[in-house]
Design a protein around this ligand. Structure first.
Ligand code: SF4
Length: 319
């Protein structure tokens, strides 16, 4: 299994000239920066079903409550070809172990949200669709985190999405030789602080769900998949500073009795400053990390919260 998380991405976002008009839509932080820490699989569904560059732009059209993928310019219907390809590719990507998919926005094929949906004669349009390939991929793989590339321009969205990818990658590694009750409980215990900092209600629900589903006799593989599906759904919403600060206080509580008054004050002020938006998340975490090392407290649960993404990605200075 890859040491870096494998992430699929719309090929145009990493600089491939595959858009219908041949223009580039490269997102350089991904293609030039984060790509060192992720194994990217670029995919252009339209090219893979045999379309060429240049080509007429595709549109989503609603006809009798069914969505079709057609070209406005010459009315060619690609729906069946795209559906067949999407099912095969979505299955393949899940079995290849992708930990996420970064989609190009505003595309009738790849867009995740607010994609234009036209009526049959193109006289009316609503912005409430999802691209055809993205629809199939998310329906087949509700446990795999997805996002539109445009959102990654926002530092908080980027950090949160990359944390979801690494959470998924941890889960994948934990279950690589098969799931059993102990492994599922251990994974949950090792990610409690991570979940507390990003989806606190779901942390409690997941703990109860594991016990209930084993009582019901469900298979461990099924429970592990349900666990990740529920967790990723809750993690769709970007976390808030207050949740992160609250979790920092929980971690601080594990060593605060070993600090003198001035040292305590320093940690408390930095957490407060972060909560108020005056200092980045990295500021209190650097100090907390120093004391965790000094008092030998850095267990997996704490580490998953303190380092949700590899520190070399340098994201915590921006959020
Ligand atoms: S949005 Fe999707 S289909 Fe369109 S060029 Fe990019 S990868 Fe290809």
């Amino acid at each position: 299994m890859s040491k870096k998380p494998v992430v699929a991405v719309s090929a145009c976002l990493v600089g491939q000239k595959v858009q219908h008009n041949g223009e580039v839509a490269e997102f350089q932080p991904l293609s030039k920066g984060w790509s060192k820490h992720l194994d990217l699989i670029p995919i252009c569904p339209e090219i893979e079903i045999g379309m060429e560059v240049p080509r007429p732009a595709t549109r989503l059209v609603k006809e009798n409550d069914k969505l079709k993928l057609v070209t406005q310019e010459n009315s060619v219907d690609y729906t069946d070809r795209m559906l067949e390809y999407s099912q095969i590719q979505s299955d393949y990507l899940a079995s290849a172990g992708v930990c996420g998919f970064i989609f190009k926005n505003d595309s009738a094929t790849c867009g995740l949200e607010k994609v234009e949906v036209h009526n049959t004669d193109f006289s009316g349009v609503e912005n409430n669709g999802r691209g055809l390939f993205a629809t199939v991929f998310t329906a087949f793989n509700p446990h795999i985190p997805t996002i539109e590339g445009e959102k990654l321009m926002d530092a908080e969205q980027a950090e949160h999405f990359l944390a979801r990818i690494h959470f998924f990658h941890e889960w994948q590694n934990a279950g690589k030789s098969g799931w059993d009750a102990n492994k599922i409980m251990q994974f949950h215990n090792e990610n409690k602080l991570f979940l507390l900092s990003r989806a606190p209600q779901m942390k409690r629900i997941l703990g109860r769900m594991i016990a209930t589903r084993f009582d019901e006799g469900a298979h461990p593989e099924v429970i592990a998949l349900e666990y990740m599906t529920k967790a990723q759904k809750a993690l769709t919403l970007v976390t808030k500073k207050g949740r992160i600060a609250h979790t920092m206080e929980r971690v601080f509580g594990k060593f605060s009795n070993q600090l003198n008054k001035q040292e305590k004050q320093e940690v408390v002020e930095l957490i407060h400053g972060f909560r108020q938006g005056l200092v980045p998340r990295s500021a209190p975490l650097l100090l907390i990390n120093k004391y965790l090392g000094k008092y030998n407290l850095n267990d997996k649960n704490i580490n998953r919260f303190v380092n949700p993404v590899p520190p070399e990605m340098d994201l915590l200075r921006q959020v």
